[in-house]
Design a protein around this ligand. Sequence first.
Ligand code: OGA
Ligand code: MN
Length: 208
Amino acid sequence: MGDFEVNSFYELIIHDLVNQGYATVDCFFTEEEIDLLRANLFVKQELQTFKKAAIGQASSEQIIEEVRGDFILWMDEHALDEVEKMYFQRMNEFIVYVNRTCFLGIKEGEFHYANYPVGTRYQRHLDVFHKDTRRTLSVVLYLNDKDWTPANGGELVLFVPDEKGNEREEIVYTLPGRLVIFDSKTIEHEVRMVHKPRYSITGWLKTR
Ligand code: OGA
Ligand code: MN
């Protein structure tokens, strides 16, 4: 894809981000790419240990099962495999576009695989840390089973503020291939109780 070629769905993402603080898109990756990413996640799970995810940052990191139950593995930007390179390529193309249209000043992305076992969730939270506010856009790509249904739980709930100071709950079903992008600084969110193992790549587009 040429640097200046405009993806029509990029326009929709930007429109929704600007107007409501979040966007969901099902065609960011092709079905073949989703199959590759999902298969790759399972290879990683065989070869490397996913670590129990913590909350907080650096010295204030804590593991509180009740708050957050997922297991994660960070992608190493300096040791990407071919499939991960494809993922980064797509994200970098989007970063170029979002910087050009929204002047967000995104400099880099950080991404991890995530696996929520049955019976886990992630309670309502915001993705920015107190002492590090570089996270600008949160990006979650779901890699669940093809036959995933709402009965499997694990919905992402976005608490979307409105002008009147009220908030609305936007429920996102984590269908395979679905990508959700939201404002890391303003959109609180939660992952509801999971009834079937739930897989994703979660990441953040960050300023310097
Ligand atoms: C997170 C998070 C949402 C999701 O990892 O911070 O909120 O749908 N994930 O997995
Ligand atoms: Mn989050």
